[in-house]
Design a protein around this ligand. Structure first.
Ligand code: GLN
Length: 198
């Protein structure tokens, strides 16, 4: 989804995996796609552009059809089932059963980096870049939590919060694997496409 955000970085990672990336800006760009990546950026801006581009009803159909999707940071917010601290009119695609709170890792530490071990990923920890990232407040019973970090960070709450989740064909990360050039979650997405093709 190339409306706003770090589209170029996602395209680069997909290219490294030999996937053909199509920049989706208009409904016609969705024709023939096998999966959709929703990038990081600003979820309220992407929401407005989803309306003005005419993409929203089409993307809602793809969610209902169970198209494989990957959302990172703002993309995770857009794919969630409920958004806290969002704009009341912002788009919530309800592709994965998560309640997320925007910008909730703490005002003083709005950005941080972490080495995460992610369930199911080989090749060592993932270097995770969190930029004004959303916090998962609740995850539905069918959501698999693949990685978590402590909310804490000086806020006096050390509870572990999910930062990589998956429900069926939808994968989300609260951080930006694409900024670190790590394609392993994108590969997980492409594996869903291949499973479908079998
Ligand atoms: N805070 C942003 C939002 O609410 C997300 C930030 C990001 O994608 N790095 O959309």
């Amino acid at each position: 989804m190339a409306l706003q955000g770090d589209v170029r970085e996602h395209v680069a990672v997909l290219g490294q995996l030999d996937a053909v990336a199509v920049a989706v800006r208009r409904p016609m760009d969705l024709e023939g796609i096998d999966a959709l990546v929703v990038p990081g950026g600003e979820s309220t801006t992407i929401s407005m552009l989803l309306h003005s581009s005419g993409l929203l009803p089409e993307v809602e159909k793809l969610v209902a059809d169970g198209l494989p999707m990957l959302g990172t940071c703002a993309g995770m917010i857009l794919l969630a089932s409920k958004i806290l601290d969002g704009r009341p009119d912002q788009v919530c695609l309800q592709a994965i059963e998560l309640v997320v709170r925007r910008n909730a890792f703490g005002r003083q530490v709005e950005s941080f980096e972490s080495e995460l071990s992610v369930v199911g990923l080989e090749g060592g920890p993932m270097h995770a870049v969190f930029i004004r990232a959303p916090v998962v407040e609740e995850a539905g019973p069918d959501v698999e939590v693949l990685a978590s970090v402590a909310l804490g960070r000086g806020a006096g709450d050390d509870s572990l919060r999910p930062v990589v989740c998956r429900q069926g064909r939808v994968i989300v990360a609260a951080f930006h694997p694409e900024l670190a050039g790590d394609g392993r979650l994108h590969k997980m997405l492409l594996d869903q496409v291949e499973l479908e093709g079998d």
